[in-house]
Design a protein around this ligand. Structure first.
Ligand SMILES: Cc1cc2nc3c(=O)[nH]c(=O)nc-3n(C[C@H](O)[C@H](O)[C@H](O)COP(=O)(O)OP(=O)(O)OC[C@H]3O[C@@H](n4cnc5c(N)ncnc54)[C@H](O)[C@@H]3O)c2cc1C
Length: 459
């Protein structure tokens, strides 16, 4: 009988397998792809480091950087060029710099917001009056992000800040995402202060005088994030059994589990579900019908990244900054675009310019069905309009990520609570990944390792 089977070889499954191996165990890791890493895939073309999936992680959540240091890659960590951080939003077909002093959609400085053409005067006045909001009586129920922000700052703030900022992270619709799960800090500010603006200013005032070292916003690895997954794979492979295949079925048999892969049943004391919730839901339906349905009920969005590489000599300058976001109201095919060479050092040689474009997300999934030529052509048209960019790319690279980003919709927290109660009665079964308590790489590392630790504690 195996001690543990880890289903899924993305960063979550690799983190779980690593934890087992470090504890002297010999887990079995199963993934259909010969290339482990899941959506973390890095390529190098003409000296440019191209991330096909994620390109970095938030430093505010330490689990990823901790793991990177633990496996000896600390020297490879690089930070975002925050001194050059300007993000643009598209309004009326033009790039408008996000005003200084906005904490996501919360205004904390009067002048930069007042003079910015991003928002109308009526929204600016509304933002000012928000300062006088009183705390709610009692605890409001979970709401959509759109309802919450609309209530505080109005519809235009939803359209030109909340929607583009959050669709960049979740590829989801603010009209469905849960404020309690996606912006819990904002909900807490509302509970305590009523006004989000007053809450942020009060938190800042409280921090003043406590010297804190300014952390970079994002970190990544010099050679791309696949350096992390490749290093984990190198540690895991000698001690683990890695099976190339898709888990087809799972069963509970007495106090343990059986999973079928490549037609063969394997018995194990512990199962770590580190594949998407919809896949795990299909597998667990026969083990526990309600758990299977709860997992399948977590919606996922699909997205696409397109890297466009240009010879620098062929193109004009880019505006200074990290890139731009395109609100859905602007009706372009692009949802966001990163100027790769500006965001991180050492990614793009001086001879090149790389634009990393995002497409798809909630309501725009049909884009993934277009052929590559049509996608490149439509994006080039957007770039002509938004940047006046007429150059022909020297290379292009497209990655389609179907059903890869979990959506934390209204009621998500209650769903997770119910799932946890069910799991408590199914010892040896653990879930980890981006569908439960955080969407980013650090959350995946944290939940993957925690699931393995919980399984190891059953020894
Ligand atoms: C385009 C894009 C950009 C992103 N950008 C960022 C970013 O910049 N920063 C950040 O922190 N996060 C970002 N994210 C989110 C983050 O990358 C993911 O949440 C995280 O990498 C998910 O890792 P995972 O291992 O849980 O899932 P995945 O990487 O999806 O891996 C799951 C694995 O399970 C396997 N699998 C599925 N079904 C089965 C089965 N039946 N049997 C066995 N294996 C199975 C799949 O083949 C896959 O390899 C981004 C995501 C995407 C898609």
């Amino acid at each position: 009988m195996r001690e543990a089977i880890v289903i899924g070889g993305g960063i979550t499954g690799l983190s779980a397998a690593y934890e087992f191996v470090m504890a002297g165990a010999h887990p079995t890791l199963i993934d259909p792809s010969p290339r482990l890493g899941g959506v973390i895939q890095t390529g190098v073309v003409e000296g440019c480091v191209l991330e096909e999936g994620p390109d970095s992680f938030l430093t505010a959540k330490p689990a990823a950087a901790e793991l990177i240091r633990e496996i000896g890659l600390g020297g490879e960590l690089i930070s975002s060029n925050d001194h050059a951080r300007v993000t643009y939003l598209v309004k009326g077909g033009r790039l408008v710099a996000m005003p200084d002093g906005l904490m996501m959609m919360i205004p904390t400085k009067v002048l930069p917001v007042a003079v910015s053409p991003l928002l109308s005067w009526s929204t600016k006045f509304r933002m000012g009056f928000e300062y006088f909001r009183r705390p709610p009586a009692g605890t409001p129920p979970d709401r959509t992000v759109a309802d919450f922000i609309r209530e505080h700052y109005g519809q235009e703030t939803v359209d030109y800040l909340a929607e583009p900022l959050l669709s960049g992270v979740y590829g989801g619709s603010v009209e469905r995402l849960s404020v309690n799960s996606v912006l819990p800090r904002f909900v807490e500010l509302e509970r305590k202060h009523g006004s989000l603006t007053r809450g942020v200013l009060a938190a800042r005032a409280a921090r003043r005088g406590h010297a804190t070292q300014e952390e970079p916003l994002f970190q990544t690895l010099r050679g791309g994030l696949a350096q992390l997954t490749a290093a984990l794979e190198k540690i895991v492979r000698p001690a683990a059994e890695v099976i190339e295949g898709r888990v087809e079925a799972a069963e509970r048999a007495g106090g343990h589990y059986r999973v079928r892969v490549n037609g063969e049943w394997l018995e194990t004391r512990n199962v770590i579900g580190a594949c998407p919730a919809w896949a795990m839901g299909d597998l667990l339906g026969p083990v526990h019908a309600e758990l299977g349905a709860l997992l399948r009920g977590i919606d996922y969005s699909s997205s696409l990244t397109l890297a466009l590489g240009y010879r620098a000599a062929d193109c004009g300058p880019l505006p200074p900054g990290f890139g731009f976001l395109v609100p859905a109201r602007e009706r372009r095919i692009l949802t966001a675009c990163t100027f790769v060479g500006a965001k991180f050092p050492n990614r793009v040689p001086e001879s090149h310019v790389v634009l990393r474009c995002f497409l798809g997300g909630a309501g725009q999934e049909h884009v993934l069905d277009l052929d590559d030529g049509a996608i490149v052509e439509a994006v080039q048209e957007d770039l002509r309009l938004l940047l006046g960019w007429r150059s022909e790319p020297a290379f292009t690279r497209i990655a389609r990520w179907r059903r890869s980003m979990a959506q934390y919709e209204v009621g998500h927290a209650a769903r997770i609570e119910r799932m946890e109660r069910i799991l408590a009665a199914l010892p040896g079964l653990f879930l980890a990944g981006n569908a439960y308590s955080g969407i980013g790489i650090p959350d995946c590392v944290r939940t993957g390792r925690a699931a393995a630790c919980a399984a190891l504690s059953r020894r």
